[in-house]
Design a protein around this ligand. Structure first.
Ligand SMILES: [Zn+2]
Length: 211
């Protein structure tokens, strides 16, 4: 006897848990919950093309964002500039290994793996190269999605600029621009990805193999 519930028949509201029969939507359409008005499913337009382009742009910007100096500080006649990578080296140098590890993990490693993830998924869908391993890959991507904290690092940069601006001469460098665009690309590639559609397609193609 097969005890597996066919989950593709229902959709639950993320806000109030109401359960509905799943509708087949066309591109650009969205379904809302009758009870609370929350969005149940949204079929995004051309999302594969868009997430492919955003993630590709993010991967190209990755190196300049990490290696170019983010800002320069002139203090007592001395000019210093630092990139995201330099920050980690300085933290290690001063003995803050734990903080260096956290910055590396959440501001560099996870965002890169996440971008590679969106790029790979949209690449496979764009060129019709679906394979069963994509199911586990997309599950792993799902877990990782909550751990990219580029925006937190961006906030730290803004706060430090605000604190330093009175006492020192600050210069904004190319690295900051690259970092901001990297942040935008990373966020957009994840936002435009229609996860519902991807689960549905992978489910239709391979879930039977796993059962
Ligand atoms: Zn609801």
């Amino acid at each position: 006897m097969n005890n597996k519930i066919n989950t593709s028949l229902f959709v639950a509201c993320r806000q109030c848990d109401a359960l509905y029969d799943k509708l087949q939507l066309k591109q650009g359409q969205l379904a809302k919950c009758n009870r609370c008005g929350g969005i149940l499913i949204e079929r995004k337009v051309d999302f594969i093309e868009r997430s492919f382009n955003w993630s590709l742009a993010g991967l190209i910007l990755m190196l300049p964002a990490i290696l170019l100096p983010i800002m320069g500080v002139t203090l007592a006649g001395q000019y210093n500039q630092a990139s995201l990578f330099d920050c980690i080296l300085v933290l290690i140098d001063r003995g803050f290994f734990m903080i260096a590890c956290l910055v590396f993990l959440f501001a560099i490693a996870v965002p890169i793996v996440r971008l590679v993830g969106v790029f790979y998924i949209s690449y496979c869908f764009k060129f019709n190269k679906l394979k069963p391993s994509l199911l586990s890959f997309f599950r792993a991507y799902h877990h990782l999605d909550n751990w990219a904290m580029l925006n937190v690092f961006m906030l730290a940069i803004v706060v430090s600029m605000y604190k330093l601006i009175d006492d020192t001469e600050l210069s904004v460098n190319l690295g900051l621009l690259a970092f901001i665009f990297w942040l935008i690309c990373s966020t957009m590639s994840s936002v435009v990805l229609d996860q519902n559609y991807i689960w549905e397609k992978l489910d239709q193609a391979f879930a039977k193999d796993e059962a």
